[in-house]
Design a binder for this molecule. Structure first.
Ligand SMILES: [Zn+2]
Ligand SMILES: [Zn+2]
Length: 309
């Protein structure tokens, strides 16, 4: 029987098999191999808008090795696991690119970017909400004067590249809200696994300290332990109903922040209207326009009504 041909637009990626966690870490735990992944990830063919495949000698030169035996030994460990090989050269398949992207985003390497950015006025005290970029790659929003902690948002060091601080903050919020939206819909933004999406009302000490209303949105991945805890307002902002309401009111949903009047008011409005089955109501108000949204325990919108006060 003739061998099946891939359509021309698809690169041939046959030959990859599942490997154990032990194999993966033993393959990757070596400097030359990580350099091979970085050099292949960097190589870009501008003319064809695709990865540039590198030939053996080009790749060896890019990595800076001269001993082809030694180089071949390391490359051989990667081919079929994280690196693909075709007649015209070596390149990274999707999972190899994913590794490269994590490295280049600075997530593994950058610990020194430290920034304090003044963001906005604090609604509770009139002080200044400040964004601090911490060396665990998170942006922390707090008011130094009244010591209110508003939000912690993950953001890769690469997000500051080619952006002003203001643009970087906007990017962080947009990125976070699209993550939160996916997570609320049950899809883990980190690994595509299923998220457990629960509204929690029986809080413990830790959750209680995070909550304004006594209700916490808890989104947790069943595969990779990626998790988000927040007041209901942030998650409610990602629903079609609240997004449409805010857009109609002239606001941009991803940029409505935790310390804005709309959000603070919404968190204070959260009410448990029914315990079994759980129904929680939240109200957003912009000037005299109001939306009431009721959620079930899985963050589904059970009902929503708009009115003018
Ligand atoms: Zn304050
Ligand atoms: Zn996950």
């Amino acid at each position: 029987m003739a061998e099946e041909q891939s359509p021309e637009v698809l690169d041939d990626i046959r030959g990859f098999e599942s490997i154990s966690m032990e194999e993966a870490t033993s393959i990757l735990g070596e400097q030359t191999r990580m350099e091979i992944i970085v050099e292949l990830g960097k190589a870009w063919d501008k003319h064809h808008h695709q990865q540039q495949k590198l030939r053996f000698s080009e790749l060896m030169e890019a990595v800076g090795l001269t001993d082809s035996g030694q180089f071949n030994y390391h490359l051989d460990k990667l081919v079929g696991s994280f690196v693909a090989k075709s007649d015209d050269g070596y390149w990274l398949p999707n999972h190899g690119m994913k590794l490269y992207r994590l490295i280049v985003s600075g997530t593994f390497t950058e610990r020194e970017i430290h920034k304090d950015i003044d963001v906005d006025d604090c609604l509770s005290c009139g002080g200044t909400v400040r964004a601090t970029y911490r060396n665990d790659n998170t942006l922390v929003f707090t008011c130094g004067e009244c010591a209110t902690g508003y939000a912690v948002i993950p953001f890769s060091p690469g997000g500051f590249t080619n952006r002003t601080d203001d643009d970087a903050l906007q990017a962080a919020f947009r990125s976070f809200y699209s993550e939160l939206r996916l997570a609320r819909q049950g899809i883990c933004p980190a690994c595509d696994g299923t998220m457990e999406t629960k509204l929690v009302t029986d809080l413990n000490e830790r959750l209680d300290s995070l909550s304004v209303s006594g209700v916490i949105s808890s989104l947790k991945c069943s595969v990779c332990n990626n998790y988000y805890y927040s007041d209901l307002s942030s998650v409610a902002l990602t629903t079609d109903e609240v997004r449409r309401f805010l857009i109609d009111s002239g606001l941009e949903p991803p940029l409505v922040r935790e310390w804005n009047e709309v959000t603070v008011g919404a968190d204070e409005s959260v009410t448990v209207v029914e315990k079994d089955p759980l129904r929680v109501e939240i109200t957003f108000a912009v000037e005299d326009e109001v939306i009431n949204v009721t959620f079930d325990s899985d963050h589904n919108v059970v009902s929503s009504t708009r009115s003018v006060e």
